[in-house]
Design a protein around this ligand. Structure first.
Ligand code: CO8
Length: 374
């Protein structure tokens, strides 16, 4: 079977950063006003007072210190508390396509490739801004790529599922070079008025170039040794936004049309599921977790990553063995492990073994075992 490599990656980082302190200030202003406006009902016991958020809690519970967003003014305005993005005309690039093109150009440069080398585009992310035409086809058009493109969504595991899809296509010979992009505007589907989750997500876009070994001219590419995907149905992370919302009496205004989760249950159920997936996958590939030089784990929660690292390695991970980027980017869904991989992989040496691993809604989890080339 042909060997397949990841020959380049790229990251588009949005222009605005929002600190925990800024987010909490907005949230608490909203809470105080809400409680004042509802003081009588609260006094009568007919309504519960809202409770303020806390920046120290956020860092302790998640490791998140800030997040990048495509629009800041709306998010930090207590009267809006949502991103405000201009409606673009059909003649302009859509916002997800624009982010994708930026990340793709960076990945192409690192892979030593041009758009003419690509023959398939996969847009893999949690939230697509429209059902059709596919964002991937628009990215293809904007970059001048021949061939085909399609969109796919497996929530936080979209990127790793796309890597396996591309891996299979490249090994079968149906394509020669694939561009994967993961444009995530998570702020668009985050309820900034929900104390339990208002701090969780940020926006970003990552890109990956994959090809067969024989066409790769980039230095320090990563050979894919194997992939493994897993899904198991769970309602603990859910978003009921969809095309049938307008057909229901509640419409699109209901709270469950945004991101909702049972965070503690997710934590408890996903940590063992992912640890087991990694250990079984490595055993089946004849690889020892002790030989892993680095793990680029899904970026949802620092404590969760520490648990998984300990289970997989059988000891506390050393600093740098599983770099986190969530302190700066927060949870960026499918893009998180790819940001970590893109930013913290160049220093490794030829022959070093690494693991990209995603996990999230579905539940879904995806492993990509990689070895550094010369
Ligand atoms: N400020 C202060 N205190 C708070 C806050 C807050 N903001 N929120 C909760 N608390 C309090 C609670 O009231 C509670 O108090 P008490 O003990 O008195 O009842 C206490 O803190 C502890 O609450 P929790 O048990 O809820 O807190 P945790 O320690 O569990 O931390 C987390 C909460 C951070 C959410 C944690 O459970 C977690 O990270 N879980 C894993 C979540 C995860 O990985 N989710 C993946 C979702 S992402 C995904 O799959 C992609 C979806 C697609 C993207 C959609 C884009 C929007």
């Amino acid at each position: 079977m042909a060997k397949v490599v990841i020959s380049g990656t790229g990251v588009f980082t949005p222009p605005y950063s929002v600190s925990n302190a800024e987010l909490v200030e907005t949230f608490n202003t909203y809470v105080r006003k809400h409680n004042e406006d509802n003081a009588d009902a609260i006094a009568r016991g007919e309504a519960e007072p809202m409770v303020e958020s806390n920046a120290d809690f956020i860092v302790k519970a998640s490791g998140i210190e800030a997040r990048y967003v495509m629009n800041k003014s709306g998010i930090v305005d207590p009267d809006i508390m949502a991103p405000r993005l201009r409606q673009r005309s059909n003649d302009e690039p859509s916002i997800l396509a624009e982010m994708s093109v930026d990340a793709a150009q960076k990945a192409l440069k690192r892979a030593n490739k041009t758009a003419a080398d690509i023959d398939a585009v996969l847009v893999a992310c949690s939230n697509l801004e429209r059902p059709y035409p596919a964002i991937a086809v628009e990215v293809q058009e904007l970059l001048g790529i021949e061939g085909f493109g399609f969109d796919m969504n497996v929530a936080c595991s979209s990127a790793t599922f796309a890597i396996q899809t591309a891996y299979d296509m490249l090994r079968s010979g149906s394509v020669d070079c694939v561009l994967i992009v993961d444009p995530e505007i998570c702020s668009g589907h985050l309820n900034f008025r929900d104390r339990d989750s208002h701090f969780i997500f940020g926006d970003v876009c990552t890109a990956i170039i994959m090809e067969r070994e024989e066409t790769c001219t980039a230095k320090g590419a990563w050979e894919i040794l194997g992939t493994r995907l897993l899904t198991k149905f769970s309602n603990n992370i859910r978003n009921n936004f969809g095309f049938l919302n307008r057909a229901t009496p509640e419409g699109i205004g209901a709270k469950d049309k945004l991101f909702v989760q049972e965070g503690r249950k997710v934590f408890k159920e996903v940590v063992p599921m992912v640890s087991q997936l990694i250990l079984e996958h490595m055993a089946d590939e004849g690889l020892d977790p002790k030989d892993l030089k680095r793990m680029w784990l899904h970026q949802a929660n620092k404590n969760m990553n520490d648990f998984i690292g300990r289970k997989v390695l059988g000891r506390d991970p050393e600093p740098g063995e599983q770099p986190n980027i969530l302190q700066e980017y927060a949870n960026t869904s499918s893009a998180g492990s790819i940001i970590a991989f893109s930013k913290f992989s160049e220093d490794l040496k030829e022959g070093d073994l690494g693991l990209i691993c995603s996990f999230g809604a579905g539940y879904s989890a995806g492993n990509v075992l990689v070895r550094k080339r010369a």
